[in-house]
Design a protein around this ligand. Structure first.
Ligand SMILES: NC(=O)c1ccc[n+]([C@@H]2O[C@H](COP(=O)([O-])OP(=O)(O)OC[C@H]3O[C@@H](n4cnc5c(N)ncnc54)[C@H](O)[C@@H]3O)[C@@H](O)[C@H]2O)c1
Length: 332
């Protein structure tokens, strides 16, 4: 769909900036709306950039009123599970109220399509693995609850006001595009792969694995790592599918899990250095295993992960972090 005009809220963040790159390569005309609270201006090139907050509803609605977007992609959120437990107010405001602001502005200006970044945290503790979309939704963190609340809002807005929407429930986003100057740069960084790589590059003296007494083969948590560019590809496929189906809910994962210690092993062998993690206590609310059943995404979108092999992901993250030990702060 060349020249499709899209708005990417949160497009300066980790997943959003990889999506922007992919969308540009596939002929979309991209505008990014981001308050840069956790994103990086230097992760974006060749786009119209607006430094705006989704919680400034008036400004956001005025922007939508003056523009016509085919689809809005909503990546912006606060997304630290632990922080959401101690500061849920931030999460209800920046996730639920911000999404409400977005939907109200869409409704007022006749925009009727949105692709939303949801999460496997909507499921809570898995009762069955791999996790299918119909699995019970019992989120155990305020973060997961806010994402599920937004899915409910989307359902109701769709029924009453005709908004077409896709909620894409990512498992663990990973990897990057070092050749394009894109990587992962969060502060604090809570994701395992960048933290193991930081330790491997001597950017962090300690490597802590939270819990080694889980009911898994090596005692550490198992997660499903999905490449950010695979995620990007699924977003474009979902945008197209909204022509046919008004409400889409899909898991985005690989269907294969990797334990924390397997991640450490993969980084050790990529950098030829034996890494010795220390084991800390379990983090509250960390399920032992989270693995997607990606079958429905394949059936609906003919999409499957093609870039998510752990060796590839680790090699990319190693390369980006070696080139950018200070993250985007060094990019001008
Ligand atoms: N990274 C993952 O593994 C993962 C997994 C599941 C779901 N998700 C979801 O994917 C989305 C992107 O995650 P990420 O890792 O790229 O996060 P990120 O923090 O890197 O990106 C979020 C972006 O949104 C912007 N933002 C936040 N609040 C805003 C507001 N009120 N107004 C305007 N911009 C705002 C930030 O500045 C940032 O650029 C989030 O919605 C997250 O919940 C991420």
């Amino acid at each position: 769909m060349p020249n499709t005009e899209i708005l990417v809220i949160g497009g300066a963040g980790y997943v959003g900036s990889h999506f922007v790159l992919y969308a540009l390569k596939h002929g979309c005309r991209v505008c990014v709306w981001d308050n840069l609270s956790t994103g990086h201006r230097s992760a974006l090139r060749d786009v119209r950039f607006l430094a705006g907050d989704l919680n400034d509803r008036e400004a956001f609605q005025a922007h939508l009123a003056g523009n016509r977007y085919h689809t809005i992609f909503h990546f912006a959120a606060s997304c630290l599970v632990g922080e959401s437990v101690v500061n849920p107010a931030k999460y209800y405001e920046n996730n639920v109220i911000a999404a409400f602001n977005m939907l109200e502005a869409m409704r007022a200006t006749g925009h009727d399509r949105v692709v939303f970044s949801s999460t496997c945290s909507v499921y809570g503790l898995p009762e069955e693995l791999p996790i299918r979309e119909g699995h019970a939704k019992n989120p155990i963190s305020p973060y997961g609850k806010t994402k599920l609340a937004i899915e409910w809002m989307l359902e109701d807005y769709s029924a009453a006001y005709g908004i077409r929407w896709a909620a894409l429930r990512y498992f663990n986003a990973a990897g990057c595009e070092p050749d394009e100057g894109l990587g992962e740069d969060h502060d604090p960084e809570t994701h395992l792969i960048p933290n193991v790589v930081r330790h491997a590059l001597d950017l962090d003296p300690r490597l802590v694995i939270f819990g080694n007494d889980y009911p898994t083969p090596d005692g550490t948590c198992i997660r499903d790592y999905i490449h950010v560019t695979d995620l990007a590809e699924a977003h474009i496929a979902a945008m197209r599918k909204l022509d046919e189906i008004p409400q889409i809910r899909l898991n985005l994962g690989t269907g294969t899990g990797l334990s924390n210690l397997q991640v450490v092993e993969a980084v050790s062998s990529a950098c030829g250095k034996k890494l010795e993690p220390v084991f800390g206590p379990r983090r509250p609310g960390d399920p032992p295993e989270l693995v997607a059943d990606p079958g429905e995404a394949f059936r609906m979108l003919q999409w499957q992960a093609r870039r998510s092999h752990p060796d590839r992901i680790v090699a990319e993250v190693l390369r980006w972090m070696s080139d950018h030990p200070g993250g985007y702060a060094e990019v001008h």
